[in-house]
Design a protein around this ligand. Structure first.
Ligand code: ADP
Ligand code: ZN
Ligand code: MG
Length: 468
């Protein structure tokens, strides 16, 4: 589809992990017995007054600065009025035309260079309660017998981030979200897990002919619960829109759900005109006026951003590995291995494979590096076991390195001969050109030696005999 260009903008919601909720002192924790963490404020009893959570404000400023935003001198909470059971007040306290953070940008490194995604705004609001639809196949309201509401989530601090329509592919949208998520996690303000709903993202999608200057009508995709589903949903919607335009039709503005199983989008509701939320300033709250010295202090404390570190690491391990290291959080382990004397490619490989998602105890790095450097000398079993134990207990490199692999040809040769003699058919098929059979023979030798043979020596021996 070379003549069509996708245009994508994202709206992201992040639940902050403050100790208490946004406007009351109820505990803010994920899950738990439904409707046990509520109070007159978050249940909207008459006369209850909201008090803003100062930490939530500070954290939103922190995130805004990490996204290169301007921090408002004056930000205002508004009431966003709508009627739905997840919202006992009949309105959500949100921000409207004077949000805390505006006009930022995030650099998104890619294999073919950087792109920049503008951030229109990041504002602070409160989350709605959670509705759970019971009965029916999809877990959605359509076909459900009844719905339950859990008010524990109601009033959780929520940051909404809205990007410019600067994203040009599903893959770029996914990369943007990976980096945004990592930034949020590193700031320590949210666990940002899509499976828990502490990070949620909707995608606005349109397509246009390459070279066109204006944008065409967009649709809004919801209900995607992983970065991969978001990318696939966007791709499905791009395909659908191109087909609509090419068959002489017109894309209409609507909200869609992505169905993973069928890899298609379905209409949730048509959006004929803008929603009317009758926004007005929240009369129970004064405007937020962040002190400039606080903003500058937070700015000075910001660490290097994930995108910047990907730049730096690309020189060491290439772009794909750099992105994976940073986005998976395995970067820290790789860096420690390098600090203890390992080369970058090996360190990256071990951190993303043998140690993926696990952090060895700090004291174990010297031993681990010694073991990795001599990995050809020891048994596979001892090698792999050392990683598993390094996470839980002190490891002794001498002990691991003593479990040497059998590299002695005089010991391995009779075994190799025996295995070749017992498998004449495979020998013939190898000699007939099926090189892959070599792996079968290596496997047999490993099995007979209980994994103690040096795979490199075994390989050499086998080749020598088979190619003879
Ligand atoms: P609204 O106020 O109706 O929600 P916004 O202008 O705030 O609309 O945009 C919402 C989101 O839609 C933003 O992420 C923006 O980048 C994106 N967007 C706007 N127009 C388009 C378009 N034509 N194609 C794709 N995305 C768009
Ligand atoms: Zn409460
Ligand atoms: Mg909007």
């Amino acid at each position: 589809m070379p003549e069509w260009e996708p245009v994508i903008g994202l709206e992201i919601h992040v639940q902050l992990k403050t100790r208490t909720k946004m406007f009351c002192r109820c505990e803010n924790v994920f899950g738990g017995e439904p409707n046990t963490r509520t109070c007159p404020v978050c249940l909207a009893h008459p006369g209850a007054l909201p008090v803003p959570n100062e930490r939530a404000v500070d954290w939103t400023i922190k995130l805004g600065l990490a996204l290169g935003c301007d921090i408002a001198n004056r930000a205002v909470f508004h009431r966003k009025n709508y009627f739905y059971p997840d919202n006992p007040k009949g309105y959500q306290i949100s921000q409207y035309d004077e949000p805390l953070c505006t006009d930022g940008a995030m650099i998104v490194p890619g294999s073919d260079g950087d792109s920049e995604v503008g951030i229109i705004r990041a504002h602070l609001e409160e989350d709605a309660a959670k509705t759970i639809h019971v009965g029916g196949a999809t877990g959605r309201i359509v076909g459900a017998a009844h719905s339950n509401i859990d008010f524990n989530r109601g009033g959780t601090p929520l940051v909404e981030i809205v990007t410019q329509p600067d994203i040009r592919s599903a893959e770029e949208a996914k990369r943007f979200l990976q980096l945004l998520r990592q930034t949020i996690v590193e700031l320590g303000i949210s666990d940002a897990e899509m499976e828990k709903g502490t990070l949620r993202a909707d995608a606005n999608v349109s397509v246009r002919k390459r070279g066109e200057t204006g944008f065409r009508t967009r649709t809004e995709l919801k209900n995607m619960n992983s970065f991969n589903h978001i990318a696939r949903g966007i791709d499905a919607e791009i395909r659908r829109q191109i087909e609509v335009w090419e068959s002489g039709g017109e894309v209409v503005q609507q909200t869609l759900d992505y169905e993973v199983k069928s890899d298609t989008v379905t209409v949730r509701r048509r959006k004929e005109e803008a929603d009317d939320y009758r926004y007005f300033p929240e009369p129970d709250l004064v405007p937020i006026e962040p002190p400039r010295d606080l903003v500058e202090r937070v700015r000075a404390d910001l660490l290097e951003l994930p995108g910047e570190r990907i730049h730096e690491l690309t020189g060491e391990v290439g772009f794909e590995s750099a992105l994976e290291l940073v986005a998976t959080g395995n970067e820290r382990t790789a860096r420690s291995l390098v600090e203890h004397g390992l080369d970058w490619p090996t360190a990256a490989n071990v951190a993303m494979n043998q140690l993926a998602g696990q952090e060895p105890l700090a004291e174990n790095f010297p031993a681990l590096v010694a073991i990795i450097k001599q990995r050809d000398r020891i048994t596979r079993e001892a090698y792999h076991a050392s990683f598993a134990s390094s996470v839980v207990t002190a490891i002794d490199s001498d002990e691991v390195l003593a479990q040497t692999a059998i590299a002695d040809t005089s010991e391995l040769e009779p075994l190799v001969d025996r295995i070749l003699a017992a498998n004449t058919a495979q020998v013939e098929s190898y000699r007939g050109g099926k090189q892959g059979v070599l792996g079968y023979f290596v496997g047999q030798v490993m099995k007979e030696t209980q994994g103690k043979a040096d795979p490199k020596v075994v390989n050499d021996l086998l080749r020598k005999k088979l190619d003879a």
